[in-house]
Write a protein that binds this ligand. Structure first.
Ligand code: UD1
Ligand code: CA
Length: 502
């Protein structure tokens, strides 16, 4: 705990003022999402993991939209506005205007680097402070360093001399494969001072933050580098190809974390899990599953195959097969699917069932209650142990208003019912098949209103003459006549009576 406190930086400044032109998007780059969070929220989560005293985000492009996103998702961050002077150096200078501290360590990171983790930042602060450095830059060795700033080192490699931008670099400097990640720990006082002394005399006419390193060194301060092996962690998103690549890498890391914690993921290649999802031990995730937002999966639950859950809570040992759920709660040991659609406000009780081809919305279904087949259930409460017959529709909408239906405990609703809300069916009541329930049914009563059936004999023979139906009917009737002629009189009479009743 003491260690954490001693390495907490005075401030983190997250740079997010750039236009992100290569995204070719109406949405600001840092608001694009991977793993269920914006790039910016990923960056801020890493920053917050170092417990900084102050957290500043530098904005300019689409400032108001990004600031609104921050207010919603990271209200502890302070916005600093960059002016029209371009460059990472100017961005940090504008950020520092919002920092109250006069000394200590300040971290600089980017809003478009989503895989960076708090542990790496803490290690950077630790290395920086224990060495008493003025600047410590996080670097990586990469296969293709094109476009990055290159780390210039002394002959024996032990000292960092500075950083040269790709556009300003000589051919021999461009052959250097150690790149600047853009993530640094600075001594706050040195940073403020050095930024006041850098210009824009370079290939891009910008204030380069990277120039702070050579300025500090010229002042005789210690400039250091920490090399990370994890190149993906410091990679930024510039276009949508990288967005997909880093999204896939984040997903791979998320799945690995869950598997190491005791979750079975049968097919990582077709499984997508957002960063905030929680999954308990011994849950099984089958192929083709997507778990989004604040979804929570309980112990030994089995999800999938081919299931998408968003902001949904699944209880221990529940099963969800080939279904889609949004803002739903699925109780312990309950079962859902295949092919069902649980919309917002669905609350399925423990050991309850939502079977195949069922749509539900804003409904609480009691413990052990079942909606097994082909139904729509909306704006309702269903008591424990109740069974809703196949193809039952809760008619909750009269074209103007929505109304609620209440079905009590241990009710048996027959097949193909329409429950016209507002209506209440009492505990232990039942309804016949095909009932349209428009009036309340008291506890223990049977509600029926299906029209009694009348058979019009020979209708097909008269009205559908010449059809296959007529041929089939005639053949069946003739066969009956023949068998009646062969059986004793008493049996024949019986059969005739049965035929009449059909
Ligand atoms: C910068 C570094 C480079 C490093 C690379 C790593 C400088 C001069 N160069 O390059 O050495 O290898 O990052 O990705 O620092 N930003 C602002 N305001 C600005 C300009 C940029 O806030 O005026 C922000 C951007 O939104 C982005 C980050 O800073 O989050 C980096 O900007 P970018 O233009 O991508 O940096 P590079 O010039 O590519
Ligand atoms: Ca970049």
């Amino acid at each position: 705990m003491d260690t954490v406190e001693t390495i907490a930086p005075a401030a983190v400044i997250v740079l997010a003022a750039g236009a992100g032109t290569r995204m070719r998007s109406r949405t600001p780059k840092v608001l694009h999402e991977i793993g269920g969070r914006s790039l910016l929220v990923h960056a801020l989560t890493a920053a917050e993991g170092t417990s900084p005293a102050e957290l500043v985000v530098v904005l300019r492009h689409e400032r108001d939209r990004v600031a609104a996103h921050l207010a919603e998702h990271a209200s502890e961050a302070t916005v600093a506005d960059q002016d029209e002077i371009p460059g990472t150096g100017r961005a940090v200078q504008c950020g520092l205007e919002q920092v109250a501290a006069a000394d200590g360590t300040v971290l600089v990171t980017y809003g478009d680097v989503p895989l960076l983790d708090p542990a790496t930042l803490r290690e950077l602060v630790g290395a920086h402070e224990s060495a008493g450095a003025a600047v410590t830059v996080l670097t990586a060795r990469v296969e293709d360093p094109t476009g990055y700033g290159r780390i210039l080192r002394s002959e024996d490699g032990s000292e960092v001399l500075g950083i040269v931008e790709h556009k300003d670099a000589s051919d021999s400097q461009r052959s250097i494969d150690e790149i600047n990640s853009g993530i640094y720990a600075f001594d706050l006082a040195v940073l403020r001072d050095a930024l006041g002394r850098i210009g824009t005399d370079n290939a891009q006419g910008e204030m380069y933050l990277t120039d702070v390193l050579s300025v500090a060194r010229a002042d005789g301060r210690s400039v250091r580098a920490v090399v990370t092996e994890d190149v993906m962690m410091v990679e930024g998103v510039n276009d949508r190809v990288q967005l997909a690549q880093l999204g896939a890498e984040m997903n791979r890391r998320t799945l690995e974390r869950h598997m190491r914690a005791g979750v079975t993921v049968v097919d990582p290649a077709t499984t997508w899990i957002d960063a905030d999802v929680t999954i308990a031990q011994d849950a099984v995730i089958l192929p083709g599953v997507q778990l989004h937002g604040a979804t929570e999966i309980g112990e030994e639950a089995v999800i999938g195959p081919d299931t998408t859950l968003r902001d949904t809570e699944v209880g221990a040992a529940a099963e969800v097969v080939r279904s889609h759920a949004l803002l739903a709660v699925i109780g312990e040991g309950a079962s859902v699917g295949p092919f069902s659609y649980l919309r917002a406000g669905t609350d399925l009780g423990a050991t309850g069932k939502i079977g195949g081809f069922v749509e539900t919305k804003n409904v609480s279904i009691g413990e052990g209650a079942k909606v097994p087949h082909l139904s729509y259930v909306g704006d309702a409460e269903i008591g424990e142990g109740t069974n809703i017959g196949a193809a039952t529709i809760f008619a909750n909408y009269d074209g103007v208003d929505k109304h609620r239906t209440t079905v009590g405990r241990h009710v048996r609703v027959g097949s193909d019912n329409v429950l016209v809300a507002p209506v209440t069916i009492g505990d232990g009541a039942a309804t016949g098949a095909g009932t349209t329930v428009r009036k309340d049914i008291p506890p223990g009563a049977l509600g029926v209103n299906a029209v009694s059936q009348r058979n019009v004999e020979g209708w097909t023979l008269r009205r559908r003459a010449g059809t296959a139906a007529e041929v089939a009917a005639r053949a069946a009737l003739e066969a009956e006549d023949r068998s009646a002629a062969q059986t004793p009189a008493a049996t024949a009479a019986e059969e005739h009576k049965e035929h009449e009743q059909r």
